[in-house]
Design a protein around this ligand. Structure first.
Ligand code: PLP
Length: 375
């Protein structure tokens, strides 16, 4: 049997929606993008949603909207995808890395305060695998030191913190979602920034399209179509109506798709809970995870990956910590010993396949072989 680590959920519905968009005569950002933004903010409960072509773009625009400047510092967990730290470097600002919790693999909020200096401007918590971070503790620190909070919610659609939807926590400035191919909602590439601050939303809308005062659809549908003004030094981060049409179909299914991933997680947990060599994912009581990832911890991780590969089972590792990557290590001189928990978690973590279209037969096969290999 061959089981890939991930397979994107695409049905005739998504294909037909993309086809309709292509046949409509308007394929770049237009009415479908506006509809997607409206439906997305309805789903999340936020006042604003700004559609962009990746979470990386959303994070970049978010940092621009809060006014990040050269030399500022932004605290990010070291256990994340490079995008979270990379966007900080776009400003010649400094990503300051924080160690993580051993159980959730999220930023360890007890270690944030000692990283704060007079140059600290913001914190970017990452909801690892879909489990929300300790947001109340983060807000307390942010309030005390007047910091902005930008959530990296690339994994967190849908996720809930103390009953509230990620993307609509009132003390957060901007929340950034990813619609990359492996994410819980996928448009191939894509992203969304949500906020309850209309000034931030306005700023991000202008800067996702070169800093132009009016977008292409607006210019297309109103008089004096040729006239526009550049009011900021923006980026080319807009999305297309083809992606938005796929997103609209996938958004409708989010609750059903979550239920399917939850069922798989439950089956894994049930099957591995008596295996003394497997440490299971740990979810805090007041959180609901999207189950974007199912991460176990084991010894001899690399060897297990190889053996599972021989059995046709694709796995992955989330993440190689930022401080271990050459560019970041050399440029910012991070001290490997400053992140003992992240180092240990990295050595042992293994992400198993978890996606809605995984069949019962495939789940059983994965369980059997993981239990047999890790014993
Ligand atoms: C935690 C995290 N942040 C940000 C990103 C970037 O997302 P995108 O590929 O949509 O730019 C990813 C993508 O994998 C991610 O895992």
């Amino acid at each position: 049997m061959q089981i890939s680590f991930h397979k994107t959920h695409i049905t005739d519905e998504e294909i037909n929606a993309a086809k309709e968009a292509m046949e409509s005569g308007w394929i770049t950002m237009g009415p479908k993008t506006v509809e997607f933004e409206n439906k997305f903010k309805e789903y999340i409960g936020s006042h604003e949603a700004v559609s962009v072509n990746s979470a990386t773009a959303a994070l970049h625009l978010a940092l621009k909207a809060i006014g990040l400047q050269r030399g500022d510092e932004v605290i990010v967990p070291t256990n994340t995808f490079v995008a979270t730290a990379e966007v900080v470097t776009y400003f010649d600002a400094i990503p300051v890395l924080c160690d993580i919790e051993a159980d959730t693999h999220n930023i360890d909020t007890s270690k944030i305060e000692m990283l704060i200096t007079s140059r600290t401007k913001a914190i970017i918590p990452v909801h690892f695998a879909g489990q929300p971070c300790d947001m109340d503790e983060i807000y307390e620190i942010a309030d005390k030191y007047h910091l902005n909070v930008i959530e990296d919610a690339a994994h967190a659609l849908p996720s809930f913190y103390k009953g509230k939807t990620i993307g609509n926590l009132e003390k957060t400035d901007i929340t950034c979602f990813s619609f990359y191919a492996t994410k819980t909602l996928s448009t191939g590439e894509g992203g969304m920034a949500t906020t309850n601050n209309s000034d931030y939303a306005k700023n991000m809308k202008v800067n996702r399209l070169h800093g132009i005062s009016r977008d292409a659809w607006d210019r297309y549908t109103t008089k004096a179509a040729w006239h526009y003004d550049i009011i900021d030094n923006g980026c080319k981060y807009n999305t297309t109506d083809i992606n938005a049409s796929i997103g609209l179909v996938q958004l409708k299914k989010q609750d059903v798709l979550l239920e399917k991933r939850r069922r798989i997680a439950k089956q894994y947990t049930e099957a591995f809970k008596n295996n003394p060599n497997i440490i299971l994912p740990f979810i805090k009581n007041d959180r609901v995870t999207s189950w974007h990832l199912y991460v176990i911890k084991i010894d001899n991780r690399d060897e297990v990956i190889e053996q599972l590969k021989v059995k046709g089972i694709g796995c992955s590792v989330h993440f190689i910590p930022i401080h271990k990557h050459s560019y970041y290590k050399h440029k910012y001189h991070y001290d490997n010993d400053a992140y003992p928990v992240a180092n240990d978690v990295f050595e042992k973590s293994l992400s198993l396949p978890i996606y809605p279209d995984l069949s019962d037969e495939e789940i059983t096969y994965i369980i059997e072989h993981v239990n047999a290999i890790v014993n």
